[in-house]
Design a protein around this ligand. Structure first.
Ligand code: IPM
Ligand code: MG
Length: 366
């Protein structure tokens, strides 16, 4: 039986994950896809229990699992903690030690929500792009780093560092994905000001020429890319970029679609002996402490993260499609959590009502 490690984390994490559990149970009962599910702590929850945002035992379980599903980490009570034990460090440790170098962040506009975007409907309707963000290197991890004293003032230091190998492997992930989509990759960096950007552009071009000449490749400076993403996002299919630019551009792309609460992500590493890549799936949204525990959170991003797990870890693309269509149907039917409502006074459904509705739509799909 494939193993699934669930790390609900902090804030709305546990609530949205409870809805995913319903979906997982449904696939077990109705589609013969039983998972060996275990649950553990991450982030602030792990800090409260163990004084560390990720216990070594949890790290070991994550290394063993066929897939890890994470809710969210962080919250105001942890803001004053030392940097080394902040909730985010737990997530960064998982990414780094599992070597999850390719972070797939789709930005897809659901028809039922096209009006919800801050951009004009014609700009976003039908949008379906995929940002591939390098996740285990770059300025997030480069050395030297720190805050040092020079003379009579402090200096904050971080280092942007990329090896050829790190660039090449994430480029391959992007080209492979593009082959299954519209066969188009746009690579974004700042080759006009950064040496790491020059190398990035070179290596992506080399991998392209040698291994994927049939895929259409373009390059863009990341600032121009941000501008083009808001001007006419449908010009893109797969975007590949570094860790920091990917962090920014994926939030931007997510918001184009109307709600951050809708978007899933997959972080993939190298294939294991089983042929499956090491993998962690998580919603793009954060822990939303302001609404935690009130049944207001939208569980769709986390549910769609499980759909990505079905597709990328469990070779069950058709079942992933089934789950994604169930979500689409529920939205088309008018069901909305609070984050998806305008000022028209409609009554939002709760987190668990949304989860139940997706299960009902799955049931109807049989
Ligand atoms: C993300 C988040 C993380 C990041 C934080 C929580 C460490 O913003 O996943 O995009 O910066 O990578
Ligand atoms: Mg981010």
């Amino acid at each position: 039986m494939p193993t699934l490690l669930i790390l609900p984390g902090d804030g709305i994490g546990p609530e949205v994950m409870a809805e995913v559990r319903k979906i997982i149970d449904w696939f077990g009962a109705k589609r013969g896809m039983a998972f060996d599910v275990s649950e553990d702590l991450v982030g602030g929850a792990a800090y409260d229990a163990h004084g560390t945002p990720l216990h070594d035992d949890t790290m070991a379980k994550a290394q063993e699992a066929d897939a890890v599903l994470l809710g969210a980490v962080g919250g105001p009570t942890y803001d004053t903690l030392d940097f080394s034990v902040k909730p985010e460090r737990g997530l960064l440790r998982l990414r780094k030690e599992m070597d999850l170098f390719a972070n797939l962040r789709p930005a897809q506009c659901f028809d039922a929500l096209a009006d919800f975007s801050s951009l004009k409907k014609e700009v976003v309707a039908g949008l379906d792009i995929m940002i591939v963000r390098e996740l285990t290197s770059g300025v997030y991890f480069g050395e030297p780093r720190g805050i040092v004293t020079e003379g009579n003032e402090r200096v904050g230091i971080n280092t942007q560092r990329y090896t050829e190998g790190e660039i090449a492997r994430v480029a391959r992930s992007a080209f492979e994905l593009a082959k299954r989509r519209s066969n188009k990759v746009c690579s974004m960096e700042k080759a006009n000001v950064m040496e790491s950007g020059i190398l990035w552009r070179d290596v992506v071009s080399e991998v392209h020429q040698a291994e994927y000449p049939e895929v259409e490749l373009s390059h863009m400076y990341a600032d121009a890319g941000a501008m083009q993403l808001t001007r006419w996002p449908k010009q893109f299919d797969v975007i590949v970029t570094d860790n920091l630019f990917g962090d920014l551009l994926s939030d931007l792309a997510a918001m184009l679609t109307g709600s951050l609460g809708m978007l899933p992500s997959a972080s993939l590493g190298a294939p294991m002996e089983t042929g499956r890549p090491k993998a962690l799936y998580e919603p793009v949204h954060g822990s939303a402490p302001d609404i935690a525990g009130q049944g207001k959170a939208n569980p769709i991003a986390c549910i769609l993260s499980f759909a990505m797990a079905l597709r990328y870890s469990f070779d069950a693309g058709a079942e992933a499609d089934r789950l994604e269509s169930a979500v689409e149907q529920v939205l088309a039917g008018g069901l909305r959590t609070a984050d998806l409502l305008g000022e028209d006074g409609a009554t939002p459904v709760s987190t668990s009502e949304m989860g139940d509705a997706v299960v009902a739509a799955l049931e109807a799909s049989l």
